[in-house]
Design a protein around this ligand. Sequence first.
Ligand code: SF4
Length: 223
Amino acid sequence: MRISEFFYSLQGEGLYAGVPSVFIRLAGCPLRCRWCDTAYARDFQAGTEQTAESLLSRAGLYPTRHLVVTGGEPLVQPDLAAFLDVFAKAGYLITLETAGLKFIADLPIHLLSVSPKLSNSVEPGNDTAESERLNTAVLSALLAAYRCQLKFVVDRPQDLDDIADCLERLGSVDPERVCLMPQAVRREEYIEKSLWLAEYCLQTGFAFSPRLQVMLYDGQRGK
Ligand code: SF4
């Protein structure tokens, strides 16, 4: 598998925010989100070729059973199931982070963390990304098959209409499983957006997700 990064940190977002976790970042993503904070991992040839077994040995050095497999976009990797199986059989609780671009059945994961891409992610004029970023049929299939959280990156108040539209198309989703988090790379921007987003969460019942990697480490890579 092509690996962009391996590191140990706190899970920064969602249901397991704050839980010490090993992170494996797979290389390769077909999207080009405007505010992508891991652009170095989008190339399918980024990073180095590494086996699941060698990564398992490294993961064992840290005091956690939580593994986060992220990207890039993990669901487009052809050997993903076999890769994850090595860690699941060793007892890891795997969170798989995805934009929800593709359905794969029977992955051995504990939580599927789906971050559907809103129109705020598309560079003006990038028609390919606009048509590929949100596939409601695939998202519905993932929600039905896995224990999921839906994480939305919110950049501006008008994104909230986009989220409402997406959730309406998906049908009934437990609001507590919907996490909203501010789009920010730096701490100052994060705090400013968090204040109005937190108010919206209080009004709607959606969960507010922190982004500890921004709050604690101010956008440093590998944290
Ligand atoms: S889906 Fe994720 S990795 Fe891919 S371009 Fe968007 S933010 Fe970056």
